[in-house]
Ligand binder design. Structure first.
Ligand code: KIV
Length: 262
């Protein structure tokens, strides 16, 4: 999947299924399922590293996981999330850090924020770094937002989101993640811009959807927002397998003859 194909999907009215991945094993599974866009999300801070939020994830950690995903992806468009403080301080630092993700194998980067990020996006796209924006509930601003709350519920905040979306499109963003905003606001944005909107908690009218892999597989249940749909219950399966293994070792049932060399 190229950036152009990703954008063409909106014109062809084909919905885009996007999922996060952080390592080679899951990248292969995601591709085998036919999913063509992978986000190496900084959500790995929560679901892989066990932290309470995404703020402590570093550039080096994101680059490491991006390398694992990009080197095992055969066809998927790999988008790397820029971690907190890798792009906020200055445009120059943002561009340098974005470039490192492309050098590591990603085809694009994603960053959070509205119109204030337009100079970063312009600078990146002008030198060949495709950028995806992220509006609405932006997890790196969790402290300013007062928690993981739905955004754009009042009229003027919704209007601001729409304005931000138009500014990011004009700056050159190739797509936008819309997180935790009302269905009608996401629809208005989707209708108003020509680049694909990828929703997470933004209703059915977006051009595509994204979920965190560990949420949709039922591996992570410490915090499950309303917008998550759990398509499998792998945590339950894993717990059963581990308990059985423990029991069989303790009871001397494992290894049996068939798992032993003679
Ligand atoms: O970090 C992430 O996984 C994300 C998605 C939830 C959009 O930003």
């Amino acid at each position: 999947m190229t950036i152009l194909e990703f954008q063409q999907a909106k014109r062809d009215k084909k919905r885009l299924a996007v999922v996060t991945a952080y390592d080679a094993l899951f990248t292969r599974l995601v591709e085998q399922a036919g999913i063509q866009t992978i986000l190496v999300g900084d959500s790995l801070g929560i679901v892989v590293q066990g932290k309470p939020n995404t703020l402590a994830v570093t550039m080096d950690e994101m680059l490491y996981h991006t390398k694992l995903v990009a080197s095992s992806a055969q066809r998927a468009l790999v988008i790397a999330d820029m971690p907190f403080m890798s792009y906020q301080a200055s445009t120059e630092e943002a561009v340098r850090n974005a470039g490192r993700f492309l050098q590591t194998g990603a085809a694009a980067v994603k960053l959070e924020g509205g119109a204030v990020m337009s100079d970063r996006i312009k600078a990146m796209t002008s030198i060949g770094i495709p950028v995806m924006g992220h509006l609405g509930m932006t997890p790196q601003s969790v402290h300013v937002l007062g928690g993981y709350k739905v955004q754009g519920k009042v009229k003027d905040r919704a209007a601001l989101l729409l304005e931000d979306a138009k500014v990011l499109e004009a700056a050159g963003a190739f797509g936008l993640v819309l997180e935790a905003i009302p269905v009608s606001v996401a629809k208005d944005i989707t209708d108003a811009i020509s680049i694909p909107t990828i929703g997470i908690g933004a209703g059915p009218y977006c051009d595509g959807q994204v979920l965190v892999l560990h949420d949709l597989l039922g591996l992570f249940d410490a915090f499950t927002p309303k917008f998550v749909k759990t398509y499998a219950h792998l945590k339950t399966d894993a717990l059963q397998a581990l308990s059985r293994y423990k029991e069989e070792v303790e009871q001397g049932k494992f290894p049996s003859d068939s798992e032993s060399y003679h």
